[in-house]
Design a protein around this ligand. Structure first.
Ligand SMILES: [Zn+2]
Length: 268
């Protein structure tokens, strides 16, 4: 499943093709993904100029000079194909630029979404309204306030998009490991000092993953190039039973129905 680093690298890759370009045509090849596509998508996007791309949580944002923002979510399996040689049955939405370049949103499982939102109304758009701050530039004191009094496990609270936006299972596991914080510790009991270690650990694991993904963008211009997925090396994630650098063994527990990986010797 794409997490924040995959979305960020996807946005950066798409920006190379789309930023500043005029949209010559769009083609919606089915009426819906997870939810219905806007019926006026083609009318509002055709002829518009792309004025910038960015990311909010795990959403990609494509702004246009018509004060609309195309918002995409990759769901479980979504990715953009660049200049595809042929269009397959899972290519659901295609943008062609005035340079004749094409990008196709391919999503076999269709858990992704495409929405067209007035740019000045983005903050009050329901999926964005309740989102917490981005994990980059997080203030440890603000995080402390958000966690205050909470008895739920820190692992689960960090996955709550209202507390921090865009964090997923892999990077929460890795950041807690780096910060030496036990995933089952009550969120409200984590001291400010330890949060001052956790906040940079979150930024580091994400930044490293984005850098690793960025290197795959060399293939960007190749036919059927696919944006956004890359292999990564993790310290604990998906490493149950394997050794930690401390000499201990990585363990797996289930929290909120999802696997948590951690080192019982390093994390308290
Ligand atoms: Zn360890």
């Amino acid at each position: 499943m794409p997490e924040l680093p995959e979305v960020e690298t996807t946005v950066r890759g798409l920006a190379r093709l789309l930023d500043g370009r005029r949209i010559a045509s769009v083609e919606a090849r089915r009426p819906d993904l997870r939810r219905a596509l806007p019926v006026d998508l083609g009318q509002r996007l055709t002829g518009a100029r792309v004025t910038g791309l960015s990311r909010r949580a795990k959403y990609g944002l494509i702004n246009t000079d018509r004060a609309d923002t195309l918002v995409f979510h990759l769901g479980m399996s979504g990715h953009w194909r660049v200049d595809p040689a042929d269009i397959g049955k899972h290519d659901h939405f295609i943008i062609e630029t005035d340079e004749g370049r094409r990008v196709a949103l391919n999503d076999a499982r269709r858990f992704g979404s495409l929405d067209l939102i007035r740019t000045d109304a983005l903050e009050s758009w329901p999926p964005f309204e309740a989102l917490g701050p981005e994990p980059f530039g997080l203030d440890p004191r603000d995080l402390k306030r958000r966690l205050a009094g909470r008895t739920a496990a820190i692992k689960l609270l960090l996955l709550d998009q209202r507390i921090v936006a865009g964090l997923g299972n892999i990077y929460v596991c890795e950041a807690l490991y780096r910060a030496g914080i036990h995933p089952r510790r009550a969120g409200g009991s984590v001291s400010l000092e330890r949060l001052k270690g956790l906040v940079p650990a979150i930024a580091e694991v994400l930044t490293e993953a984005i850098a690793a993904g960025g290197s795959t963008l060399r293939d960007f211009a190749s036919p059927d190039g696919e944006l956004g997925y890359f292999s990564k090396d993790f310290a604990v994630y998906d490493r149950e039973g394997q050794p930690c650098g401390c000499g201990g063994t990585v363990r797996r527990i289930v929290q909120g129905g999802r696997s948590t990986f951690y080192c019982p010797q390093c994390q308290h």
